[in-house]
Design a protein around this ligand. Structure first.
Ligand code: ADP
Length: 281
């Protein structure tokens, strides 16, 4: 990944803080998954995109930048595991289907330990997860962002060479405000928004199969159109998926082709071609 090219494309705005990629890593596409607040299913969407991209034969990594609320390792069945190291570099943990993960959860003695880190420590952790982690070659590195569009998220954007942003909202959100903030942040960082996914959009009646919009009709289409942003899909509230995430079984439980438009948007991101990190990194 050519961080300098990316910085140049951003008019130099992101250059001073951006962390270097090490020579054992080569992420061809870096895609950030963002939400307006916690609990809307940002990590679930990140995990789902990773599972589907991996099913399609891609090498996929997840950098869990949700440092204080890390939930990626658990849904991928990595509870209780700890990241190891090689020389000065950390090694990501690898899931059953080959998804590589680096997360604060993999560095804690107990996964239930609270992470009470402030901004600069969080930035240090992100640097470790990017510059000091041996990712090897990746077709996609998905970044599970800290919730919100405030300082912490901005720091992460400034630190990593993000190629595109997927925004996750839920119908309870103040969608227009969140989209406005996300568009604003993306403009500042000169990174395109690939589109929006509405999670927990509806429930499906178990008897008649009718879709019920529990929180009233979605305003997403209207808002997305107003900002010129694509809607990449809507996901129902699915208690069986919540249970599967809790049990670390998202890879087995995720229905196939759940988010075809979102996957197409990820695939449309132009890959960076580099020197090539070695396969056994
Ligand atoms: P965030 O990353 O935005 O804080 P999470 O992805 O951790 O949110 O999701 C919060 C909780 O909601 C988790 O327990 C997750 O399994 C559950 N959840 C997320 N999306 C759905 C969904 N579509 N249906 C049912 N449960 C979901």
């Amino acid at each position: 990944m050519a961080t300098c090219e990316h910085a140049a494309a951003a008019g130099g705005k992101t250059a001073p803080q951006q962390f270097e990629e090490n020579n054992l890593s080569e992420a061809k596409r870096v895609i950030a998954v963002l939400s307006g607040k916690g609990g809307v299913g940002k990590s679930f969407v990140t995990g789902s995109l990773a599972v589907e991209l991996a099913r399609r034969g891609n090498k996929v990594g997840i950098l869990d930048a949700d440092i204080t609320g890390p939930s990626i390792p658990k849904m991928l069945g990595m509870s209780g595991r700890h990241a190891s190291g090689i020389g000065n570099l950390l090694l990501p943990e690898v899931s059953t289907t080959g998804i590589k993960v680096m997360s604060s959860n993999l560095l804690l003695a107990n996964e239930t330990d609270p992470v009470l880190w402030r901004g600069p420590v969080i930035a240090g952790a992100i640097r470790q997860f990017w510059s000091d982690t041996s990712w090897g070659p990746l077709d996609y590195l998905l970044v599970d962002m800290p919730p919100g569009t405030g300082d912490v998220a901005l720091t992460v954007f400034q630190s990593l060479p993000v190629d595109g942003i997927v925004v996750v909202t839920s119908p309870q959100d103040l969608v227009s405000m969140i989209v406005a903030k996300a568009v604003n942040m993306a403009d500042k960082m000169n990174v395109p928004i690939l589109g929006i996914i509405e999670n927990m959009s509806y429930i499906t009646c178990p008897d008649c199969g009718k879709k019920i919009e529990v929180f009233g009709p979605s305003k997403l289409d209207e808002v997305a159109e107003g900002y010129g942003v694509k809607v990449l899909g809507r996901l129902p509230i699915d208690p069986s998926l919540a249970l599967a995430c809790d049990a670390g079984a998202i890879e087995e439980a995720l229905p196939s082709d759940l988010l075809p438009d979102a996957i197409a948007a990820c695939e449309a991101v132009e890959p960076h071609e580099g020197e090539g990190a070695s396969e056994d990194a």
